[in-house]
Design a protein around this ligand. Structure first.
Ligand code: PSU
Ligand code: MN
Length: 290
């Protein structure tokens, strides 16, 4: 695996939960292909990670991508679920947590996604395993911050406690996924793919490389979701969550689908732009780090 990777040149890991659970059909397949094409156009090799018939795959062909995007009953897998999925022989899509864990084990150093999981708003307490996994996993994750459906302040505090490095890309404002600015600052801003690559390489050289580097890449303000529409849709979605008794790992897919259905497609356009921009930046970082 490591040899194949070295021969492949710069590789960008991609997650599959976005495809199976984060985006509606049929856009999900179209976007999955566009993400891979974006990585290739920037000179890197895309490796979408998923579990098929219990087997972990690092890199999917087009038939496998199509299957994942169009099949019902694909399980949402966090890192802790990987071995159980293997024992059961099921199909599964990997979250940020599971994708990071598999990618790092395969020697991949850069990963592109939309928005990280984190601390959810409101009780009962619900914190994505993305956070603790990033604390243990040496990988650079390019994202648009954490999903704006979360408690962003609490999530940033947890990332600090967990020792996960956080930097804005060209900004000292932490982005808010659908929104360009979450309202929270960050301590570091990295300005170019070369600078990010230097951080990745330095961490290995320093021997202090248990945790991830979160690189938060904001959408330009002109491309964000209208903040008033965002806040209204989120409030209604949170109420629907409670009324519907939706809990646990169904919460994130429910709220993303709520946004896609209640913003006339605007949140979907924004979500796709986020992912494509992050895929492009991640590829340029992988090239710079190679
Ligand atoms: N980013 C997106 N869409 C998604 C996700 C991230 O643009 O669907 C997924 C990621 O896989 C992330 C997961 O790991 O949502 C978080 O789920 P939870 O809150 O249940 O840990
Ligand atoms: Mn959860």
């Amino acid at each position: 695996m490591a040899d194949a990777l070295a021969a492949a040149g710069p590789v960008v890991a991609l997650e599959s939960t976005i495809i199976a659970h984060g985006l509606p059909r049929p856009d999900n397949l179209k976007v999955a292909r566009e993400i891979e094409a974006t990585v290739r156009a920037a000179g890197a090799v895309p490796a979408t990670i998923a579990v098929l018939g219990g087997q972990v795959h690092v890199g999917l062909d087009d038939d496998q991508l199509t299957y994942l995007a169009s099949t019902d009953g694909v399980t949402k897998l966090s890192a802790r679920d990987l071995a159980l999925a293997a024992a059961k022989g099921v199909d599964g899509a990997t979250t940020v947590a599971a994708t990071s864990a598999v990618a790092a084990a395969a020697g991949i150093r850069v990963f592109a996604t939309g928005g990280l999981g984190g601390v959810h708003r409101d009780a009962p307490y619900d914190e994505s395993a993305d956070l603790i996994t990033l604390a243990r996993t040496p990988i650079a994750v390019v994202c648009a911050g954490v999903k704006s459906i979360l408690d962003v302040g609490a999530t940033l505090e947890r990332l600090e406690t967990l020792g996960v490095a956080v930097a804005g890309y060209g900004t000292l404002r932490f982005p808010g996924f659908y929104l360009s600015d979450s309202g929270f600052p960050v301590d570091w801003s990295l300005e170019s793919p070369d600078e990010v690559a230097r951080a990745i390489i330095a961490r290995t050289a320093q021997g202090v490389h248990h945790g991830a580097l979160v690189l938060a890449n904001p959408l330009p303000e002109a491309e964000q979701l209208d903040p008033a529409l965002h806040d209204r849709t989120l409030a209604e979605g949170m109420a629907a969550l409670e009324a519907g008794g939706v809990t646990g790992k169904a919460v994130t897919p429910f709220l993303l689908a709520w946004f896609h259905e209640h913003t006339g497609g605007a949140s979907l356009d924004v979500n796709v732009r986020i992912i494509l921009r992050n895929a492009d930046l991640a590829a340029r970082i992988a090239v710079a780090a190679a």
